[in-house]
Design a protein around this ligand. Structure first.
Ligand code: PPE
Length: 310
């Protein structure tokens, strides 16, 4: 990975190579952490963080769900992130805040172990490849089912839960595919290993409802709004596996991946990115990069003090 200079750790700015934790940190052993993936884009108004407060609110909510009370407010984490981007001199970057149970007590009920908060920023290119955003990817339905709400909390973005995504991603990559699509325990379509999914049938967009066993993605929510504003119908309902194979269009969306068309699933050809995918992708990209005035409120602009010239 590409380094930046500074990492924010519990209120201090620490040099990248010195940002270390103890090997007996609770989160390392039990996966007790919650995190976010956020992107900052270079825009005409300066570096701008996409839907920053919503991501930080989700971080707080994930923490609440797993009994990890964040020792900082959303506003404190927001301001720390702005300062971190300024100090690192970044114009665009990926932002990874994480809150985890740290060092001090082992065992499952380790209330005295502190909750540490770290924010890192670094340059991270298109998750599934820049080319894939134009041409589309090949996906495989995973033999691993998405975690069930019967045992974990699909709506939380929690560290330990990503073992499920890693099993699915590894299986699909080892089989030569770009991405995995996970079904829920009933056999309905959930999402990619790190992205939400949309299909197009009869010209309508369909995506699993936000109460499904999915991460209720912020890109997903943005895509739904963009699609409706463009006049498309968006239906939130269960999707059968077989619908993937006969859909007119399929795409995935997430912070790291952005919006990526799917051209093939389980060796069924869906084809080149279709018109609806391309129209929504273009508007979504405009919104991310600050080129869509109607979505300007989604951007949290980082103030960069202008250099004093004499
Ligand atoms: N589902 C999952 C399981 C998921 O991890 C993500 C984000 C999404 C849906 C899309 O959510 P949103 O980013 O709010 O639109 N995945 C993050 C982590 C990826 C990683 O490998 O790390 C991301 O995209 O940043």
């Amino acid at each position: 990975m590409e380094k930046s200079e500074w990492i924010w750790m519990d209120g201090e700015f620490v040099a990248w190579d010195d940002a270390q934790v103890h090997v007996l940190s609770h989160g390392l052993h039990y996966g007790t952490g919650v995190f976010e993936g956020i992107r900052c884009y270079e825009t005409e108004a300066g570096p701008a963080i996409f839907r920053h407060k919503e991501h930080l609110q989700r971080l707080r909510n994930s923490g609440e769900m797993y009994y990890l009370p964040l020792p900082y407010s959303v506003e404190e984490i927001r301001e720390a992130t702005h300062e971190l981007i300024r100090r690192n001199g970044m114009t665009s970057c990926y932002i990874r805040p994480i809150a985890f149970r740290g060092y001090g007590e082992m065992g499952l009920y380790a209330k005295s172990a502190p909750v540490n908060v770290v924010i890192a920023v670094w340059p991270w290119g298109a998750y599934l490849g820049e080319e894939s955003k134009r041409t589309g990817i090949r996906a495989k339905v995973s033999s691993w089912r998405r975690i069930s709400p019967a045992g974990l909390i699909p709506h939380a973005k929690a560290s330990g839960q990503y073992l499920n995504s890693i099993l699915a991603k590894t299986e699909s990559a080892n089989a030569g595919y770009d991405e995995a699509i996970l079904l829920d325990e009933r056999g309905f379509v959930c999402e990619g290993s790190g992205e939400n999914i949309f299909i197009v049938r009869d010209g309508e967009l369909i995506t699993p409802p936000h109460v499904a066993a999915i991460l209720d993605g912020i890109s997903r929510k943005s895509v739904i709004q963009i699609a409706r504003d463009l006049g498309y119908t968006v239906v939130e309902r269960d999707i059968a596996r077989s619908e993937l194979y006969i859909a007119e269009e399929v795409f995935l969306c997430g912070t790291a991946a952005e919006l990526v068309p799917v051209r093939e699933i389980d060796d069924h050809v869906i084809g080149d990115p279709g018109e609806i995918t391309r129209v929504i992708q273009a508007k979504f990209e405009d919104a991310l990069h600050g080129r869509a005035p109607e979505y300007a409120e989604w951007l949290d602009v980082v103030e960069i003090p202008s250099k004093v010239t004499t």
